[in-house]
Ligand binder design. Sequence first.
Ligand code: GDP
Ligand code: IMO
Ligand code: MG
Length: 426
Amino acid sequence: MKVDVLLGLQWGDEGKGKIVDVLTPKYNIIARFQGGPNAGHTLEFNGIKHVLHIIPSGIFHGNSINIVGNGVVIDPVIFKKEVDALKKMGVDVKSRLLLSKRAHLILPTHRLLDAASEASKGKEKIGSTLKGIGPAYMDKTGRNGLRVGDITLPDFKKKYDFLVAKHKQILDGYKFSYNLKELEGPWLAATEELKELEHIDSEHYLNKALHGKKAILAEGAQGSLLDIDFGSYPFVTSSNTICAGACTGLGIAPSRIGEVIGIFKAYCTRVGSGPFPTELEDETGELLRKNGNEFGSTTGRPRRCGWLDLPALKYAIMVNGVTSLIMMKADVLSSFETIKVCTHYMHNGKKTDQLPYDISPGQVEPVYHELKGWNRDLTTLHSIGDIPEELNDYILFLEKELGVPINIVSVGPDRTQTLLRNGVLA
Ligand code: GDP
Ligand code: IMO
Ligand code: MG
């Protein structure tokens, strides 16, 4: 068996949570491979809307196991809140959720360092979710971090104090006031509660499952344009969000990767700072935000909106080796008479569809192709056969440009508002 990987191809919030939930019945195991509580993955079913941050989006299905992989960074306090909310809904978390011993912990001082660093940058700030992601991954690569497997060690508190002392020294270098005591108590209590869940060697677990013919889906967080290597650096997150991140974040060999399922919105959004060539800072952008309810699932910040960007999407498809595409939020474009798609950039006086090193304003100018809108509500459709001709033309145009089939089209936030193409899930 192989591991299928599902990941975002834009700047995050493509709708990964919804689709993982839809696909989970096909899989025995859902495994998150990177990121942490900076993610907000929304699911809707039976009139319930739920946002997950660290826990994989397969958790609502009783027949699958969910794993938080070694590539993820966990804030015990946020994690505990997530577990408690699920328990309240009657989800048997203990039997469905396993944690990698190798996953790193986000300390309260990581959050403080994130806030201090962002504050010091002023207008140049990354627009971080302030969940401590950057500092936690810095400690991981700097070989100072604490891991889930450390929690049960007798000298855990000593290790914690040692790292906090280091962080305090760094914080002293910032003009930043904080109250660590207030954060520390709940954090230490939450790490105790983490002990209630099973901590595993997830790389062994997953590889054994593969040999045992179990179907595994790796769930990505963020999006390819936020990847630490291939995103719009430095306005990125601190992990490899691309497909290769599933190998390092789960202990899966590259030869074990099966389908690479790439998700994109029928338009583009971005939250936080950084370049966004097709951004619309006008009433069209406003309309996209309003129709798409484009406000961050984690921070509530308004998302920046713009037209679909094919050079960026082609780049993401290339670095991930995407084999199957899913287009989300087609319904959000329903009120537009015409829809624009950026097919190329003008860059250094030349037309190109290749994403260049620098996409900051002034470096690239989008070239648009205009298509006729469908101007019809899609949210009540149940079959791909019923979609308006103009939407079908939009899909065929994108497939031709991108060279990868679009196998699912999403027309609303609910599980049921999902149209299948090409016989997927049949
Ligand atoms: P994720 O981070 O990739 O899981 O995406 P988010 O949950 O942060 O953001 C996607 C938002 O769009 C959520 O509020 C979803 O409920 C919503 N959503 C997902 N698919 C669709 C869709 O096809 N149409 C509409 N209108 N909303 C959708
Ligand atoms: P999901 O999984 C959208 C963005 C932040 C900021 C940058 C760095 O829900 O798609 P960080 O907190 O990682 O230091 O922030 O990355 N960002 C996201 N944007 N969706 C996400 O996750 C994001 N996670 C981080 O807004 O610009
Ligand atoms: Mg999100």
